[in-house]
Design a protein around this ligand. Structure first.
Ligand SMILES: [Zn+2]
Length: 319
């Protein structure tokens, strides 16, 4: 029994069907690898792979139900002002489609499907694994993501082709480390160097970031300082693995997403898009807070006195 699916589809979804949705809401889908790897032994909730056939079916379901796949930036623009200059071309039901880690299978398995349906998407790259020659994904401290370690990544020529076709690229650090474990100068380098590399290679501004691993919102001082750092580095948006959908008031540097993988059948996909999976975000935050309290990590990652969190970042964490 998969309890998150059962609760979302059977219990919460029917209630959401009756509830009136107030205001604009942007679902941001989160994918990793589009490949037939069954990830044996990994519970459905934690899987990072989506079979290409399943992915094509999910995208077709979106198309058939009036959704249009857009980049994160396009989705945020729609969320903030649907009356902007591109309003006439704005899709009625945009859904932002994002991919983390820059795997080659995005080029071979995901992009052809997106292109056929007229969808766009945002890919977040860890620039240390992108080369003119093919490199493999070898994240620093890789023990927590064994399923995707060693997978081939995109090359710069493939990225140029994808960018020319409307795919947006964001930064996902250089070495894909667990940022809270690093000293601040190294965190700053990861955040700024990945952006600079992408901007040089793409010849365009890069304003979106994807936090590697879980964003530790429960560690207030660390989180405030990181958001401040992202803002000063020139990032305007950042996505996390927190579960939920984005509203106009959601802090732009800690955006929630809806995780999708091979286990997402049409019923669960529909429930997630409708908001019937958002409760998982609260359960997720509560579980993280309990782990944090249990491990006694209060103040475990000290913020340098010279870089105290700015009030705006602190306020964002309280929303
Ligand atoms: Zn990642």
């Amino acid at each position: 029994m998969r309890w998150d699916r059962w609760l979302s589809v059977v219990l919460v979804r029917p209630w959401y069907r009756r509830a009136h949705e107030r205001g604009r809401v942007l679902p941001v889908l989160m994918y990793h690898s589009i490949s037939p790897d069954p990830e044996p032994g990994v519970p459905p909730y934690y899987r990072l792979c989506t079979h290409p056939v399943r992915f094509a079916a999910q995208m077709q379901w979106l198309k058939d139900h009036g959704y249009c796949g857009v980049t994160l930036s396009e989705g945020l623009t729609w969320l903030q002002d649907g009356l902007g200059s591109s309003a006439s071309a704005a899709p009625e039901r945009p859904v932002a489609i994002t991919f983390d880690d820059g795997f080659q299978d995005f080029y071979t398995a995901a992009f052809p499907v997106l292109q056929r349906l007229g969808f766009r998407a945002t890919m977040y790259l860890a620039t240390g694994f992108i080369g003119d020659q093919r490199r493999n994904f070898q994240p620093r401290g890789a023990s927590t993501v064994p399923g995707v370690v060693g997978r081939p990544c995109l090359t710069w020529s493939e990225i140029a082709e994808l960018a020319a076709a409307g795919i947006e690229f964001g930064a996902h650090t250089v070495t894909h480390p667990e940022l809270p474990r690093l000293p601040w100068p190294e965190i700053e380098w990861e955040v700024k160097e990945s952006k600079a590399t992408l901007e040089e290679r793409l010849s365009r501004p890069v304003r979106s970031f994807a936090h590697p691993y879980a964003f530790p919102a429960e560690r207030r001082d660390y989180a405030c300082h990181l958001l401040d750092l992202l803002g000063r580095a020139g990032y305007e948006s950042a996505v996390t693995t927190r579960i939920g959908r984005v509203r106009p008031t959601t802090p732009a540097l800690m955006l929630p997403r809806l995780p999708l993988n091979d286990a997402d059948d049409p019923c669960l996909l529909e429930a997630k898009l409708a908001g019937a999976y958002d409760w998982m975000g609260k359960a997720q935050a509560f579980a993280r807070l309990l782990r944090h309290l249990k491990s006694g990590m209060f103040g475990g990652h000290r913020t340098p006195p010279s870089a105290r969190p700015v009030p705006a970042a602190r306020q964002a964490l309280h929303e």
